[in-house]
Design a protein around this ligand. Structure first.
Ligand SMILES: Nc1ncnc2c1ncn2[C@@H]1O[C@H](COP(=O)(O)OP(=O)(O)OP(=O)(O)O)[C@@H](O)[C@H]1O
Length: 642
């Protein structure tokens, strides 16, 4: 145990005083700061501080909520590196969706009667507009038919809905209305919310209910609101709660956190950047910061709106561009301060817009630039290809030119049978299986031996450092396993052989114990889906020729430049960001919501550590995104014909 006064940040040279104050804060805190200012790092340091100084006393845990699975894994890994695996195991780092789903899966029997669930349920896919039309028709028809979900919903709310109101709900309004309903106490204040209630009832009485994540959040909140003892149990578990990317918190998510923790002794630390708010379409609350201040920071010891200005990610030239973008988004905020100089390169090598005549020339320019940067020694994985719309539409366009240059890339958003590649890469189960397969391909194990020992210990819930005898026993068992299942140089890489190796790994570690490595595997079907997706993606990677080692490298994406949407790049960073398709065809929604459009561009640009290159087809001076080009002009970014 370290005393609070002796504790110093681990693994970073310096931290801003304001960041340190948030790390050491005895109460709740809100940090509102720009990209690359170390907000996520601050959460990692705070976890280390709370554990190492005993401020978060055993057996209490920290709940860390992120928006994406890789962000949740990143934070877990950071804390592991800062304060060791034993303490890091007391951090439950997960997405909002996983947290809500876990509560529903654990406490579904405590749902209030009017929304009771009979047992299992599946995750509903995104709705198509034809579905809404069906729901509207059926609801209007069923209002006066006892036994129909619409009649049930009408009776429950005690009002007579008008068919015209039901038919007047647009897809967007329907989608967002889950953000305004409350299931307990019941609050249905719009026709969209009424349709949500009818849809929920339809699901709950069906033999195979399907629920969307927003509704799962609302059901979890209903459980907490209806059962003070459930709320007390959660609050007794978590002394501290971290909320990352807080600017994108939806009303459903905020409502759940508020229902559980408002008025409790838990200390909440929220970090975010309102200039990076890009999830308005998904129901992000515009007033999340103000609500948090009112609900959680009105107590003694709380620290409101801590701001940070030092940008640790991007070099000085990129920070200057970010400052120009920021001046448009938040003119009153102070400029970011770069901590690193720009590399000694001509400006257009650090940042430029490459203008091509057509899509083919654009794809060639992208591939040629990436090839040039890789030839300079940059790791292909530290180049990020970012797009505004569907990455799947870009795949064929880019593939031909990348192939011609002998380059590899992969669409990280692609679903491989139950999970996207990006999510799969951070799943504990997949990581363990891949590391064990890697061990089996090696004659002696080397570094992989220690990695596998770490996994085996974590799966068995053992702490190696403390128990020499335990470590020896585990090493013997691992050695035996390695000798029995080692993959010989000539062993065929067939689907059957891969399945047999996975089965051997699962048998060695114990399937139920493997399920125990991540709290979100404990309930619901995530574990089953991740197992299936891991096998499916391994089989896909094995379809290309090569050795077992090649298979693992392909699975991990080594040597492949990632392609993803800007939304999926949140929280990540790349040496070179290539932002593709600065054209209206990609940014068609810009004029509908220019603020979110600017924020989206800001998120993309701020992922760059060293270079930021953009591409577009043609010079369209009346483009919807002219404002973006005006800002780039202002920042001195040149447009180069390619
Ligand atoms: N105090 C520090 N000293 C040195 N490097 C730091 C420090 N804090 C953060 N970094 C590094 O700067 C980069 C950005 O940090 P981090 O991801 O925490 O920023 P962020 O504010 O969460 O960014 P964003 O909002 O853009 O996702 C990371 O590479 C991180 O390791």
């Amino acid at each position: 145990m370290i005393s609070a006064t002796d504790w110093v940040p681990i693994g970073v040279g310096e931290m801003e005083d304001a960041a340190l104050a948030a790390v050491r804060s005895g109460g709740s805190a809100l940090v509102v700061a720009g990209p690359g200012t170390g907000k996520t790092e601050l959460l990692g340091q705070r976890a280390a501080y709370l554990f190492q100084t005993g401020t978060c006393i055993y057996p209490r845990r920290i709940l860390a909520i992120s928006f994406k699975r890789d962000a949740a894994t990143n934070l877990r890994d950071r804390v592991g590196r800062r304060c060791g695996p034993a303490l890091a195991r007391r951090l439950d780092s997960m997405t909002f969706d996983a947290f809500a789903k876990q509560l529903l899966d654990r406490f579904w029997r405590a749902l209030p009667e009017h929304v009771a669930l009979a047992g299992g349920y599946g995750i509903a896919p995104f709705l198509k507009s034809a579905y809404l039309a069906d729901l509207q028709r059926s609801t209007a028809d069923g209002l006066d038919r006892p036994g129909h979900p619409a009649h049930w919903a009408k009776t429950l709310i005690g009002k007579q809905p008008e068919p015209s109101g039901i038919h007047g709900v647009t897809m967007d309004a329907f989608y967002k209305s889950v953000q305004s309903l409350c299931l307990h106490p019941l609050d249905i204040s719009s026709y969209g919310a009424f349709l949500q209630l009818v849809q929920l009832r339809t699901a709950l009485v069906s033999p195979a209910p399907m629920l969307g994540f927003a509704m799962i959040g609302r059901l979890a909140q209903a459980i907490v609101n209806a059962n003070p003892e459930v709320r007390r149990a959660i609050c007794a578990t978590y002394g501290h709660v971290f909320l990352d990317e807080f600017q994108d918190t939806t009303s459903v998510q905020y409502g759940l956190i508020e229902s559980i923790f408002k008025g409790s002794a838990a200390k909440l630390t929220a970090v975010g950047d309102d200039k990076q708010r890009i999830m308005g379409w998904a129901g992000a609350r515009m007033d999340a910061f103000a609500a948090f201040e009112a609900d959680f920071l009105a107590t003694p010891g709380a620290r409101a709106r801590i701001s940070l200005t030092r940008n640790y990610r991007s070099n000085q030239r990129i920070v200057a561009i970010l400052n120009t973008l920021k001046a448009h988004l938040a003119p009153a905020e102070p400029d970011f301060v770069a901590v690193r100089p720009a590399p000694d390169l001509p400006d257009e090598k650090i940042c430029a817009v490459m203008v091509a005549d057509d899509a083919g020339a654009e794809a060639e320019a992208i591939a040629a630039s990436v090839a040039g940067v890789i030839a300079e020694g940059v790791d292909p994985r530290s180049i990020g290809l970012l797009v505004r719309q569907k990455s799947v539409d870009w795949e064929p366009r880019i593939k031909a030119r990348f192939d011609a240059h002998g380059l590899a890339f992969r669409n990280e958003d692609r679903d491989v049978g139950g999970a996207s590649i990006q999510d799969l890469m951070t799943e504990s189960y997949s990581q363990i299986v891949i590391d064990f397969l890697d061990l089996l391909t090696r004659r002696h194990g080397g570094l992989l031996w220690n990695v596998a020992m770490g996994h085996a210990a974590a799966v068995a819930n053992l702490t190696l450092d403390d128990e020499e005898a335990v470590e020896r026993e585990l090493a013997l068992r691992l050695d035996e396993f390695h000798r029995a299942h080692k993959i010989g140089a000539t062993e065929q890489m067939t689907a059957g052989a891969i399945a047999a190796k996975i089965a051997a790994i699962e048998a060695f570690l114990g399937l139920e114990r493997l399920r125990g490595v991540a709290p979100q595997y404990g309930t619901g079907d995530l574990f089953v889906r991740i197992r299936a997706a891991t096998s499916a993606f391994l089989a896909e990677c094995a379809a290309q020729p090569g050795s077992w080692q090649d298979l693992l490298l392909r699975f991990r994406g080594v040597g492949q430049t990632p392609l993803m949407t800007i939304t999926k790049s949140k929280g990540l960073e790349y040496d070179l960001v290539m932002l593709l398709g600065l054209n209206d065809s990609e940014w068609w929604s810009f004029d509908k919501d220019p603020v979110e459009g600017h924020s989206t561009f800001f998120v993309a640009a701020s992922r760059a550590r060293e270079r930021l290159m953009m591409t577009r087809c043609g010079y369209d001076r009346s483009a919807k995104i002219r404002e973006i080009f005006d800002l780039l002009d202002k920042a001195g970014v040149r447009q180069i014909r390619v």
